[in-house]
Design a protein around this ligand. Sequence first.
Ligand code: FES
Ligand code: FES
Length: 236
Amino acid sequence: MSNERPLDAPCDCDDASQTPNSRAPADVARRRFLQSAAAAAALGAAPHLRAQNAPGAQTPAPAPAPAQPVRLDINGREYVLHIEPRVTLLDALRDYAGLTGTKKGCDRGQCGACTVLVEGRRINSCLTLAVMHEGERITTVEGLAGAAALSPVQRAFIERDAFQCGFCTPGQLCSATACLSEFRTGAASAATPDVRTRPAQLSDAEIRERMSGNLCRCGAYVNIVAAVRDAHAASA
Ligand code: FES
Ligand code: FES
């Protein structure tokens, strides 16, 4: 049976026999409107509440959630970090795990200096929370090299002198490592002429597009592209 009430029927919103779930949507909407109007009127009548809500007024910050143990697999080693849930992966790496190779540039997803690999995929660690990555394999610049040798990407960056101050380099190295594996698995980029087919070769245009999330304030782009090209050739 329909629970809709004719528009001209008397209001039954105070009928105690009606549960909130059995009330018609129009009644619920009207009740919410009346509650909001009453709240607004109360606010207008209370100067201290008005002052609290005035533009620029300081509202007390919510209390932070307590620190909790978070298990992270970083570079093949387990770290148990006691951190608040709001801590970013970048801050967890640098300030709690002591892995300062990963750099903080903008802290807002614009520069790529904080790039790390999670399950082999590159992400900006400043844009994600550490607690979201429990049980995942995290690789930072400290974990790119093997036990006895640098990775092909690291070697190519050195041979091509693909840095000046080096601040962006950890992010560039992680990004280039993932960029090459993305290309090998056939992932297209915005520079791929036909995204339905596997890109034929890793052209400089492909490298520039795929590495475009990593900024270099020193402008070492020409050598960075050359290094990625060399690393690709060495691992082909
Ligand atoms: S520090 Fe994360 S993108 Fe800039
Ligand atoms: S080498 Fe200095 S920012 Fe890239």
